[in-house]
Design a protein around this ligand. Structure first.
Ligand SMILES: Nc1nc2c(c(=O)[nH]1)N[C@H]1C(S)=C(S)[C@@H](COP(=O)(O)OP(=O)(O)OC[C@H]3O[C@@H](n4cnc5c(=O)[nH]c(N)nc54)[C@H](O)[C@@H]3O)O[C@H]1N2
Ligand SMILES: Nc1nc2c(c(=O)[nH]1)N[C@H]1C(S)=C(S)[C@@H](COP(=O)(O)OP(=O)(O)OC[C@H]3O[C@@H](n4cnc5c(=O)[nH]c(N)nc54)[C@H](O)[C@@H]3O)O[C@H]1N2
Ligand code: SF4
Ligand SMILES: [Mo]
Length: 719
């Protein structure tokens, strides 16, 4: 299936097949790849999350394998011309090692930073975290999951003691009597998931969607609440207020399984529905209907996604919905609960194995002495040589090239020039670096700024594991080897680690305890060997993978963590008996609404929010290069209510300019009565003049570091 080098001419070789998963989102739809003389074909495959369905992005994913713009050689910036020019691997890696040594010699180890991605396999995320801590010995590593999952993760940790997006299998959605989706648009972001929503309603369930836009998802709902962006917390507190008044809370559950309810009860007493209506615009009757549907349902599920989470109060907003779920006695009850829809392919696993500034593998804390001892033992280094916690992604990006900030940056699996908030500022910071290294399959907008670009393998060319939105660990299987000239991320990290160790033996002492040998031996390039090490490193941690083997994944439809022993069970459902807190009880936290970081004013009178369209993925590096997707969603747009457009004298399709205190975007207007007249929306998939993140606010949540992508103040005019 995976063996054999690619013949020079594809004619005549027997068709190859690989049963794998889509490279894009966290649904990780099962797909079968087949390669014959005509190329690679994607076929849907039965898997519990997609049940044979795929979205347009999945169907077309193989197009990038042989894409003419694919990077196949390292690129080095030529100092004379300033252009990127093809170079040998040796020259490129030496340039990196020389650059790293120079800035570390002058400014210390933390002068080098690493930026990872939630699309990387568990093996790569693990290797990247280890490379930062052992190869570079810098504290500065963080990743784009900070822009994605961090608010729900922090809220889950403080309430439940553990962070797994869905604490139950996706199939539970189909059986819920009431399903509340807050700031989620799965009809565009995870289309095959809509089958579960359809099933839910066929079973007589009610679907309620909270979104400032009447999205394709909201239009399928029995009830659509259309709040002003940034007011979800007030809505949640009002729902709990109503549930308390009506006696719908589960007092026995609250008494037996939780602590801290009294303070929450007091705090939501002030959130009478009319007050929430005034703030959010959601009518009292709709708040009451929602509270009733949740409070009187046999089985109820509350899910949040980026619409509720990407705010400077994202952690508190998710906490308000967790409080509501706990008061109704949902988490841990069969068929009920609270969950968060993880976004990227390995958004879940990517945050478990050490890419996050404050974490070591197995979701261990880097400031926990016992965790440091354990992981240092697996890595074969003294625990006191491991660096301490770094800082969240935006803070790293904002400090690049500033006094005391990192002077060199290595990026794997992200394109912050398009996807970071206040992107023009981030771009300036990147340009101010002594050394920017980007490993990518394509020349992303961030790679285009780099001093060194390294071409890496794609999903169909590598083995590994991914952890989907349910916490289900699954197998990515290679169809064929990478094209000539291209290396895997694991091979790149191993080679760099070896060169750095040679350059500075003290960085990786060869006499340290643990697996003996050179740094090269400690950075295996075989993903199976990396996974074996990851299992040992995670053993005993919250995200325990010790009992998960590739063969066990192969034998079932994936394995749910935690799974501590090979012969013991895995954990499809969390919290059935206890929560992952020291006393086994979930924690309530009182939270209160606060306004968005940037209120509207006379100069910037409109609310700006951002999100996604079906046919494009993230910063668009990949999907903007796929023909069918480019035809389906060729350009950015600004969504405006027709009343607002009329007031501004803007016609459908006319170019508009959206301006904030940070910058502007220009794109054609798309008039739609489905959006609130006080709010404008733009997708963030495009670079250049249409870049939504030129406009967004870089205010961050004080707990999670999540940027406020979903609301800022703007002015809109005809361009
Ligand atoms: N097609 C496609 N699918 C994707 C991705 C992609 O880029 N393209 N990315 C993947 C990733 S990484 C992620 S994180 C997920 C994201 O999946 P979602 O969270 O579903 O996607 P978004 O479009 O970012 O946001 C969802 C909705 O939030 C609404 N919203 C905006 N502001 C607010 C607010 O203040 N309150 C509420 N309640 N809603 C608000 C928007 O109108 C939008 O419809 O999608 C994954 N799937
Ligand atoms: N305004 C606004 N901004 C947002 C959001 C929003 O809703 N609104 N959402 C945020 C969210 S939720 C997210 S997740 C981020 C995502 O935004 P980014 O972090 O930019 O994510 P991608 O666009 O997926 O970038 C992945 C890059 O890595 C490359 N790549 C893919 N696979 C691999 C691999 O295996 N190895 C290597 N080395 N490279 C690989 C791809 O070609 C691509 O260039 O954007 C955030 N930005
Ligand atoms: S829903 Fe997500 S995983 Fe499934 S095919 Fe589409 S992008 Fe791929
Ligand atoms: Mo995301």
């Amino acid at each position: 299936m995976t063996d054999g080098a690619r013949p020079a001419t594809p004619q005549g070789f027997p068709p190859r097949e690989a049963a794998t998963h889509c490279p894009y989102c966290a649904l990780q739809c099962g797909m079968l790849l087949r390669e014959d003389a005509d190329g690679v074909t994607v076929l849907p495959r039965q898997f519990p999350t997609n049940r044979g369905g795929l979205c347009q992005k999945g169907w077309t994913a193989a197009e990038l394998l042989d894409h003419p713009e694919r990077l196949t050689t390292p690129l080095l910036r030529d100092p004379a011309s300033g252009e990127l020019r093809p170079a040998s691997w040796d020259a490129a890696l030496e340039r990196i090692v020389t650059g790293i040594r120079a800035v570390q010699a002058e400014s210390g180890r933390d002068a080098v930073a690493v930026f990872g991605g939630g699309g990387l396999t568990n093996e790569k995320a693990y290797a990247l975290g280890k490379f930062a801590r052992v190869g570079l010995r810098t504290r500065h590593i963080d990743y784009n999951g900070r822009f994605c999952m961090s608010s729900a993760a922090a809220a889950g940790l403080r309430a439940f003691g553990i962070d797994r997006g869905l604490p139950f299998p996706l199939a539970d959605l189909g059986r819920a009597d009431t399903l509340l989706l807050v700031g989620a648009n799965p009809a565009e972001t995870m289309p095959p998931l809509v089958r579960w929503l359809t099933e839910q309603r066929r079973n007589g369930g009610r679907l309620i969607v909270v979104d400032p836009r009447a999205t394709a998802t909201a239009r399928q709902a029995d009830l659509h609440l259309q709040p002003l962006p940034g007011t979800d917390l007030a809505v949640a507190n009002a729902l709990l207020h109503i549930a308390l008044t009506e006696g719908w809370t589960d007092r026995a559950y609250v008494a037996e399984r939780t602590t801290g309810f009294a303070a929450v009860r007091r705090s939501v007493a002030a959130w009478w529905p009319a007050r929430a209506e005034q703030l959010s615009g959601v009518p009292v009757a709709d708040l009451e209907a929602t509270a009733r549907a949740l409070g009187t349902a046999g089985r109820a599920i509350i899910l949040t996604a980026r619409g509720a989470e990407q705010h400077a109060k994202g952690v508190d907003t998710v906490t308000a919905y967790v409080n509501l779920a706990l008061a109704l006695g949902l988490p841990g009850r069969p068929g009920s609960g609270y969950g968060c829809l993880t976004g990227q392919g390995n958004g879940q696993g990517g945050r478990e194995h050490g890419q996050k500034a404050d974490q070591l593998p197995g979701y261990r804390r880097i400031d926990d002495p016992a965790a440091r001892e354990h992981v240092a033992g697996v890595w074969g280094v003294p625990a006191d040589e491991l660096p301490g916690p770094g800082v969240p992604a935006y803070q790293v990006l904002d400090s690049l090239g500033t006094p005391g900030g990192p002077r060199a940056l290595l990026v794997l699996g992200s394109n912050p020039v398009v996807s970071a908030p206040r992107a023009a500022h981030v771009e300036r910071r990147l340009r101010g670096l002594d050394l920017l290294v980007v490993a990518d399959l394509l020349l992303s907008e961030t790679a285009a700024l780099a001093d060194v670009v390294l071409p890496t393998a794609q999903w169909a060319e590598e083995d590994g594991t991914m952890t989907n939105l349910e916490g289900r660990v699954l197998r990515r299987r290679a169809l064929r080897p990478p094209p000539p000239g291209v290396r895997t991320d694991l091979a790149i990290l191993a080679d760099l680690a070896a060169r750095l160790a040679v350059a500075e033996p003290a960085a990786v002492p060869t006499d340290a305890p643990g697996p003996a040998g050179t740094a090269a031996a400690r950075f295996p390039t075989d993903p199976a060997a990396v996974f074996a090490e990851l299992r040992r490193a995670s053993a005993g941690g919250p995200a325990d993978y010790a009992g998960i083997s590739w063969s066990r994944i192969d034998a079932a439809d994936g394995v749910f963590w935690p799974c501590p022993t090979e012969d013991g069970p895995d954990t499809p459902r969390l919290f059935t008996d206890r929560f992952a807190t020291p006393d086994g009880r979930a924690r309530f936290h009182p939270v209160d609404h606060r306004p968005a970081a940037e209120p509207v004013c006379d100069e910037y009178p409109l609310h700006f929010t951002t999100g996604r369209v079906l046919a494009q993925y993230q910063s668009g590096t990949q999907t903007r290069r796929v023909d069918a997707l480019r035809r389906a969603a060729p350009d950015a747009f600004v969504e405006l209510h027709p009343d607002l457009a009329a007031r501004l004298g803007i016609g459908d399709g006319e170019p508009v300019r959206v301006t904030s205190r940070r910058g502007e975007l220009r794109a054609p207007a798309r008039l739609s009565p489905t959006i609130r007249p006080d709010t404008v929306f733009a997708p963030f998939h495009w670079p250049g003049p249409a870049r939504a993140n030129s406009v967004t606010n870089d205010a961050v949540d004080p707990i999670s570091g999540m940027p406020e992508f979903k609301i800022c103040a703007v002015r809109v005019e005809k361009a």
